[in-house]
Ligand binder design. Structure first.
Ligand code: GMT
Length: 374
């Protein structure tokens, strides 16, 4: 089987999922051709079956905005003609699905199948904007198959875009051999003394992540229980979150690590993970924390309740209710038995349902079905 994978290379869960999927597929003997404008940020490892095609965009005085969508379509068509791709699998609908469709039109009857995976804001936010809505809807309708990362996004796709075709739900996944509790190098003394708790947040700090809520929750918790807040990742709202922390007198309590490659060796040091997002299709960062045995406190929003079962591996509270999230955090952090139980369950659920092996198997099965359907 030969698969073309398209994704954004910048910080974000869809790029992580696409990269990990590509690497796992190539390790299992699938020939994977990866298309993006740069090497994805968390793409690690090497496999001879994994080929990266950098899509170059040409500039010209007439172009205020160089048309990446067209360059991507041309590259997909050329490579597909050259190597004979069976499937083009695009991650994040905008604009990748329409580039895939254009490539298929160029290639004619022998074109590969087009599978579009909807990751979140392509459905809940960006795709809803009038300047993208019609083309997002059309690109989903002309895809040969659609997948989403949660039931929530599947339902939203139907409601908001009137999509009636079957949408396969394939969740996010994590390499549980890398993301695990008590791994080598997992020395919590790097961040805190033995009587302090370590609270962590990791995201791309877009407005939707509510990074200011992370600081406010931490502020309440830290007043009752001496703690440290570790911020992983970077993005547009990170400076505001840090200024808020400074203004609340938390400068010495908050450590900003910025973008990191080996996040597994940071996450495993945490006692609690915070994800108070305004919207979350799945919550890959929460899953990665759970794989490391870290309980999660976050918002009851989007697909998060499909992952974080209340009272089992953490707690979810209404968006913006920092008081309730702080109370829940304290509940977990001050009750050793509850913390141990949630930590154990978080790891168990991840291993049972969300391993690379299991979920990549689901994707492979789905590819076979799509190809068989002709
Ligand atoms: O939708 C986004 O903001 C971007 C997207 C991405 O590219 O990172 O994130 C989404 O995809 C992840 C992987 O499937 C999900 O785990 C995230 O929940 C989702 N983010 C949002 O819905 C905000």
């Amino acid at each position: 089987m030969k698969i073309g994978i398209v994704c954004y290379p910048v910080k974000g869960g869809s790029g992580v999922v696409a990269s990990e999927l590509g690497l796992a597929l190539s390790a299992s003997g699938v020939e994977v051709h990866f298309f993006s404008y740069a090497l994805p940020f968390r793409l690690t490892g090497f496999d001879a079956n994994f080929i990266f095609h950098e899509v170059e965009v040409t500039s010209y005085p007439l172009f205020k905005y160089p048309p990446y969508t067209l360059s991507l379509a041309a590259r997909l068509a050329e490579e597909s003609k050259r190597v004979g791709l069976d499937i083009i699998h695009v991650h994040y609908a905008i604009p990748h699905a329409i580039s895939g469709f254009l490539a298929k039109q160029i290639l004619g009857p022998d074109a590969p199948k087009l599978i579009t995976t909807l990751h979140g804001t392509d459905i809940t936010l960006v795709g809803q904007h009038p300047s993208f809505y019609a083309v997002t809807k059309f690109s989903m309708e002309v895809s040969d198959a659609l997948t989403t990362v949660s039931r929530y996004i599947s339902d939203r796709t139907r409601e908001s875009f009137g999509i009636t075709e079957r949408i396969e739900i394939i969740p996010n996944f994590v390499d549980v051999t890398r993301f695990k509790p008590d791994q080598k190098g997992c020395d919590r003394a790097e961040f805190a003394s033995h009587d302090e708790k370590i609270i962590m947040h990791m995201s791309n700090y877009r407005p939707v992540k509510n990074a200011d809520n992370v600081i406010r929750i931490f502020d309440i918790v830290n007043k009752r229980l001496p703690s440290r807040l570790i911020l992983v990742g970077d993005g547009p709202e990170a400076p505001n979150a840090l200024s808020l922390a400074d203004s609340l007198g938390l400068k010495d309590r908050v450590t900003f690590l910025g973008a990191q490659d080996m996040v597994e060796s940071v996450l495993c040091k945490a006692d609690l993970f915070l994800l108070p997002s305004a919207s979350e299709a799945f919550g890959l960062a929460a899953l990665e924390a759970m794989a490391c045995g870290v309980p999660v406190v976050g918002s009851i929003v989007g697909g998060l309740p499909e992952l974080v079962k209340n009272g089992d591996v953490g707690y979810l509270e209404p968006v913006g209710d920092v008081g309730a999230m702080a109370r829940r955090s304290l509940e977990i952090l001050t009750d050793g038995e509850l913390h141990r139980k949630m930590s154990k369950r978080a790891r168990e659920i991840t291993v049972k349902k969300f391993t690379t092996e299991k979920v990549v198997g689901q994707y492979k099965e789905f590819y076979r079905k799509v190809l068989e359907d002709g």
